[in-house]
Every structure is written in structure tokens, then in C-alpha cells.
Design a protein around this ligand. Structure first.
Ligand SMILES: *[C@@H]1O[C@H](CO)[C@@H](O)[C@H](O)[C@H]1NC(C)=O
Ligand SMILES: *[C@@H]1O[C@H](CO)[C@@H](O)[C@H](O)[C@H]1NC(C)=O
Ligand SMILES: *[C@@H]1O[C@H](CO)[C@@H](O)[C@H](O)[C@H]1NC(C)=O
Ligand SMILES: *[C@@H]1O[C@H](CO)[C@@H](O)[C@H](O)[C@H]1NC(C)=O
Ligand SMILES: *[C@@H]1O[C@H](CO)[C@@H](O)[C@H](O)[C@H]1NC(C)=O
Length: 364
């Protein structure tokens, strides 16, 4: 029943909303019959992605159009949401996650923080494409401040696919955001019946449903019949900082360079030339870079004030402190998360000592 409902909605859906549209009144009036004032109020911020994706047939699971369905359709397609919450939908963007920009991220986190500060809101859900979900999760983790849960959710199969995972993922995400047990845990990632830390979780497989993982740090919990069950008492990751970006309109450009045999040392100055204020190096092993590559990077640090974070191209591991001005070890952060941290640190005007502390000590 859900599948056909979702497919029907997909066919009748109006396509890609160009600008953010606020829809709470639409959703609440449509569902007025089931509004329950004693349920937790959960705000769902939609940004697009596969969870809002529409394909041309039920067996199409690649090459579909991401971000075709609006948040009102996502919410209406899962009536069980009204049994666990009073959901309110806000359309922030409707794009595939590769097209999320710093300005969308800033707008999102500012709206999320405002919702978290509202005494009548008990939790927040963000729907997002999966490809860069880990970056937005990390960004929300570092830029929001509240005991209330922030849950980021996506789907691996478009809404029109047979066995689409979006509806159950959304229901689990909203149930989690509405749960008192979820308080004090920062930003969490929900897919495939698992709850992951927004700080550590990464996409590990380009296609499969069980793609969101933190191999070393593990999951925080899972879902039993839609109910969240946690393995641990509430805790925050080591090194979780808070950057206030409520008045920030843009973030500095930080580029990532990938390490490999015979890497081209000219790419680092080219990135700085085109506007990068910082570089993240996805190094070989524990942050290894070639001699020629290092020389080019050290020149940029000395002459151009470029900040450089050494990370790693391997899935897991620790990159230790570099001990020289302007270059830092990325610790446990993968390159895409280190990039977000460096953008926020540069935006906050951090100097060498503060950079060393946030990247290398592993704690505040
Ligand atoms: C409204 O929600 C409360 C708390 O979740 C529940 O106990 C109650 O049965 C609900 N009322 C209706 C009419 O569904
Ligand atoms: C909501 O809960 C009630 C009572 O448990 C149940 O009868 C109803 O089917 C549920 N509605 C949905 C949409 O799951
Ligand atoms: C987000 O962007 C929308 C559309 O440009 C704007 O109306 C809204 O005020 C912005 N919100 C914040 C918190 O910046
Ligand atoms: C949910 O929001 C409504 C106003 O829209 C408010 O009356 C109600 O008290 C809120 N519920 C909770 C649990 O905060
Ligand atoms: C770095 O600074 C030097 C000295 O000011 C300047 O000549 C050079 O063009 C700069 N390099 C880049 C890539 O901007």
C-alpha cells in the first residue's frame, strides 16, 4: 500500500522547488484530523537527495532524478509519523547532496538552531542525499548547540523504487528525534535501522543499503520495531567543538588534494591561486605526501599563509600532529570532515595554537 502510495505521489508531484518554501500550515491542515497536541513537535528540514528521488520505473535504483519530491509529499507518504509526532516540514533546498553549498549549509544550521531553541519543538530531522550526508552531519554536529536531538536521514533507493528505504528511514528518524532517550547525543545519522554518530559516521559503499558506518567507533544503537534502542548512555565525541555561525554568510574555500604515487606538486599552488585559504591532503598511509609535494605545500604555508591539514586516503586511522607552524595532523577525521573543520576554524579566525589544539589534541 505504501509503495503504490509513494509511486502515485511521485507521479503527481510537482518538480524541484527552486527556493525554500515553508509548508507547515499546508501539512498541518491536510492532516488536521490526526494532529495530537500532546505528541512531540518535530521539525523536518528537507534538502533533497534520493529520499526525495523519483525514477521512471520501480526497478530503477540508479540514474534517477534526486530531489524531485517536496517535503509535504515525504511527510504525507508516511502517515505513521503522526502517531509518534506532530511533524512540520520546511523545504530548505531540493538538490542532490553533491550540490549542497556552504550557503545552503549555513542557512540549514541557522534554521535548525532556531527550531532547537523553540521550547515547543522537541527535536529536528534533516532529510539529505547520502553522498555527502556525512559532511552535513559533521557540520551540524559542530554548529548546533542543544540537548535536543538532531537526526539526519537519507535513503539509498528513490521513493519510486520497489522496497524503497526512504519511508521507514524517515519514520525511524522522526521516532528517534521524538525520543527522550535521544537527548544529549548531538547529531545522529539514521539509515538501514542503525543509529550512527554524526561526528564519525561515513558512507562506506557507493550502492548498498548498509553503507553508513564508523568501523572503529561503531554504532550508537539500532531500531527494534521502529523504536530506538541505544547501546550506551548519552555521550558526545572527543573533540566536539561548537562554532557559532548564526551570523555567518559564507565560509572560506578549502580544497582537498588526493595523494598517490607520482602526485603532481603543482596542484597545491593551483588550488591556492584559485582561492583556497586552506588545503586538506588525503595522504598516503598516515598522512604521507611526496617530498616534492611537501616542498610545494611548505612554500604555500610560508609565503601565502595557507593552512594545511594532513589527513589520509585510507578508510580509517589516525594522522598524528605535524609539529610545524601551518600544518596539522587531522587525527581521526577523514578528508571531507577535516575540510569542514578547517573551514569553520578559518572562519572563526583561529591562529596556529588554536588550530593545533582542535586538530591534534583530539579534545577541546
Ligand atoms: C495523543 O498522544 C498521546 C501521547 O503520545 C497518546 O497517549 C494519546 O493516545 C494520543 N491521542 C490520540 C487521540 O491519538
Ligand atoms: C496509530 O496508532 C493506532 C493505535 O496504536 C493504530 O490503530 C493506527 O493504525 C496507527 N496509525 C498509523 C498510521 O500507523
Ligand atoms: C534561509 O533562506 C531563505 C530563502 O533565501 C530565507 O528566507 C531565510 O530567511 C534563510 N534563513 C536563515 C536562517 O538564514
Ligand atoms: C506543539 O506545538 C503546539 C503549537 O503548535 C503547542 O501548543 C504544543 O504545546 C507543543 N507541544 C509540545 C509537546 O511542546
Ligand atoms: C604566494 O605568495 C607569493 C609571495 O607573496 C606570491 O608571489 C605567489 O603568487 C602566491 N602564490 C599563490 C599560489 O597565490
Amino acid at each position: 500500500m505504501l509503495l503504490s502510495e509513494f509511486s502515485l505521489l511521485a507521479v503527481t508531484a510537482s518538480v524541484a522547488l527552486a527556493s525554500p518554501v515553508h509548508l507547515p500550515s499546508l501539512i498541518q491542515s491536510r492532516e488536521a484530523g490526526v494532529y495530537n497536541a500532546s505528541n512531540p513537535n518535530i521539525t523536518i528540514f528537507a534538502t533533497g537527495g534520493t529520499i526525495a528521488g523519483s525514477g521512471s520505473s520501480s526497478d530503477q535504483t540508479t540514474g534517477y532524478s534526486a530531489g524531485a519530491l517536496g517535503v509535504d509529499i515525504l511527510i504525507s507518504a508516511v502517515p505513521q509519523l503522526w502517531n509518534v509526532s506532530n511533524p512540520t516540514g520546511v523545504q530548505v533546498a531540493n538538490v542532490d547532496s553533491g550540490s549542497i553549498t556552504p550557503s545552503i549549509l549555513l542557512n540549514l544550521t541557522q534554521q535548525v538552531q532556531t527550531a532547537l531553541d523553540d521550547p515547543y519543538c522537541q527535536g529536528v530531522v534533516v532529510t539529505h542525499g547520502t553522498d555527502t550526508l556525512e559532511e552535513s552531519a559533521f557540520f551540524l554536529e559542530l554548529t548546533t548547540s542543544s540537548e535536543k536531538p538532531v537526526v539526519i536521514v537519507g535513503a539509498m533507493r528513490p521513493a519510486t523504487a520497489i522496497s524503497a528505504d526512504g519511508p521507514i528511514n524517515l519514520l525511524e528518524a522522526v521516532t528517534l528525534a521524538a525520543s527522550p532517550e535521544a537527548r544529549g547525543r548531538g547529531t545522529m545519522v539514521v539509515l538501514n535501522d542503525r543509529i550512527g554518530s554524526g561526528f564519525y559516521t561515513s558512507k562506506s559503499n557507493a550502492n548498498s543499503l548498509d553503507t553508513f558506518k564508523a568501523t572503529e567507533q561503531g554504532y550508537l544503537g539500532w531500531f527494534q520495531n521502529i523504536k530506538p534502542i541505544f547501546y550506551y548512555a548519552p555521550a558526545l565525541p572527543m573533540g566536539k567543538l561548537h562554532f557559532d555561525v548564526m551570523d555567518t554568510a559564507e565560509l572560506p574555500q578549502v580544497d582537498i588534494l588526493y595523494g598517490h604515487q607520482a602526485l603532481n606538486p603543482a596542484l597545491a599552488p593551483a588550488a591556492v591561486e584559485s582561492g583556497a585559504k586552506g588545503l586538506v591532503l588525503a595522504g598516503m598511509g598516515a598522512g604521507g605526501w611526496t617530498d616534492g609535494g611537501k616542498e610545494a605545500v611548505e612554500k604555500l604555508i610560508a609565503e601565502n599563509g595557507t593552512a594545511v591539514v594532513y589527513s589520509r586516503r585510507t578508510m580509517d586511522g589516525f594522522v598524528e600532529p605535524k609539529g610545524s607552524i601551518g600544518s596539522y595532523g587531522g587525527g581521526f577525521l577523514n578528508p571531507q570532515k577535516a575540510r569542514i573543520m578547517l573551514q569553520l576554524a578559518l572562519n572563526a579566525g583561529y591562529g596556529d595554537a588554536e588550530m593545533e589544539t582542535i586538530f591534534e589534541s583530539g579534545s577541546e
